[in-house]
Design a protein around this ligand. Structure first.
Ligand SMILES: C=C(O[C@H]1C=CC=C(C(=O)O)[C@@H]1O)C(=O)O
Length: 462
């Protein structure tokens, strides 16, 4: 693995050599002729088909690095082996990451026999929420990527060399990874702020809204988990993908989770963002939850929170788009733990395709949205720094992947946790809540607990 902070291509002894070939995964025929079926439906993939391929920690293939994943409903990308790693920091972290990736690509030799979004060269990234955070950001170029999309699958290998090697073989690259072992019992402790202390943080946030310092602020907290056995990230990813299939299950550099919120997907000039804000807990009873969905859809407090988030995304996309579509009314997204108000904002990038901003540049322009920071953005960010009492690190920052043409997908790292490279028993879980004038500290604490459920379940053993 090479860790580079600047001018990566100049320091590479040879160009990046990339080869993508079609693959025969379950539910993903290697030959396009065999798919899609005549009834128009796509073959069902198990949500963990891709995740099952990830090598075990400590194995030669894992290369000492955390697994890479971006998976939803069985489609997506998994990657392993750290061929290149770029660490970035500060306000320029996104631009630095983009520059590093472009420099590598400028010297790449690519043979892509599949030609779909996610084939050819691919890099994964994860970035700190706050430009002042020591967590900065990282871009990882894996040695191996396996992808699946709409019934087709592929294998990409990336090396640094002089020429294309032989056709890569999945069986040789993967072997038969052992199933992840349970992390055993998990104990929980306070994070940077205790639960009681966080109620006071929320109360301070409400006071700031009522005083007119901000219209909305999103406040977050962390809890510390300790697993009996070292956490195998694959264990958590498989449980997240099964339990939260409508979310994007991600893992980059030890930041993992299942986010319901897509910051931006950019594909062939079409931009999509799934905006969430406004939440109600589920009860576990379907009839009661339907009634709660109706309450949420009409709650002025939640609709206000949501409106700020949608406006911030639409406003940030406008300069790049020739047209945008912003739904007038949100829909209710049903997750196993909570219900959210959700809006899918779309746009068409303006100008010539070669001049389109990359998906990461769009993510940088959108970040931080009012769903994770507040309104107005700068005042909310300042308030968060003053009262939240913790470094969010990469929680609530952009996480995802991009390819050689800049297209890609970036989620907001929510319902997430950060593992520790130094201590494989330690996991830091995060959750946050949008605060407006009508918020109540006890209700927000309960909401944050509901938002911790996906990661608590993912690292649990039952
Ligand atoms: C900040 C988080 O959620 C955001 C996304 C959806 C709904 C939210 C809310 O209703 O407060 C938050 O804005 C989190 O899950 O940590």
């Amino acid at each position: 693995m090479s860790t580079l902070t600047s001018a990566p291509a100049e320091r590479l002894p040879h160009p990046l050599v990339v080869r993508t070939v079609a693959l025969d995964l379950p539910g993903a025929p290697a030959t396009p002729a065999a798919a899609p079926p005549t009834d128009g439906t796509l073959p069902e993939a198990d949500p963990t088909d891709l995740l099952d391929l990830l090598p075990a920690p400590g194995s030669e293939a894992a290369d000492g690095a955390a697994p890479l994943a971006w998976v939803r409903r069985g489609d997506g990308l998994v990657g392993w082996g750290e061929l290149l790693r770029f660490e970035v920091a500060g306000a320029e972290r996104f631009a630095q990451a983009e520059r590093a990736w472009r420099e590598v690509l400028a010297h790449a030799v690519v043979r892509d026999e599949v030609q779909l979004p996610g084939t050819g060269p691919v890099a994964f990234g994860s970035f700190a929420f706050d430009e002042h955070s020591a967590a900065g950001g990282v871009v990882v170029v894996p040695r191996v990527v396996v992808g699946r999309r709409g019934g087709r699958a592929w294998l990409t290998t990336m090396t640094v060399g002089a020429a294309l090697g032989p056709v890569p073989d999945l069986a040789e690259l993967v072997g038969a990874p052992p199933a992840p072992a349970s992390p055993g019992a998990v104990t929980y402790g306070d994070g940077a702020v205790t639960a009681d202390g966080w109620r006071d943080v929320v109360a301070a946030g409400i006071a700031a809204v009522r005083d007119g310092e901000v219209d909305k602020v999103v406040l977050a907290r962390d809890v510390e988990a300790r697993t009996e056995h070292p956490l195998d990230v694959r264990w958590a990813l498989q449980r997240l993908a099964h339990g939260y299939s409508s979310c994007w299950t991600f893992s980059v550099d030890g930041m993992l989770g299942a986010t319901p919120e897509l910051l931006v997907r950019s594909e062939k000039g079409l931009v999509t963002s799934r905006v969430l804000a406004g939440t109600i807990r589920r009860t576990g009873d379907d009839a009661a939850d339907l009634a709660r969905a109706a309450i949420l859809a009409h709650s002025s407090k939640d609709l206000e929170e949501h409106e700020y988030a949608v406006r911030s995304v639409a406003h940030a996309l406008e300069p790049f788009c020739s047209s945008t579509n912003v739904p007038d009314v949100p829909f209710v997204l049903h997750l196993p733990n909570v219900l959210h108000l959700a809006s899918d904002v779309t746009g068409v990038l303006g100008g010539e395709a070669h001049a389109h901003p990359s998906s990461l540049a769009l993510a940088a322009a959108l970040h931080p949205t009012a769903a994770v920071c507040g309104t107005p953005t700068q005042a909310a960010a300042t308030l968060i720094r003053r009262i939240e009492g913790m470094d969010r690190a990469r929680y609530a920052g952009p996480v995802g992947w991009f390819g050689a043409d800049g297209d890609g997908e970036w989620g907001i790292a929510l319902r997430s946790a950060q593992t520790s490279a130094a201590d494989p028993h330690r996991v830091r879980l995060f959750a946050g809540c949008g605060i407006v004038a009508a918020s109540d500290p006890a209700a927000e604490l309960a909401e944050s607990e509901a938002k911790l459920v996906p990661m608590r379940t993912a690292i649990g053993s039952d």
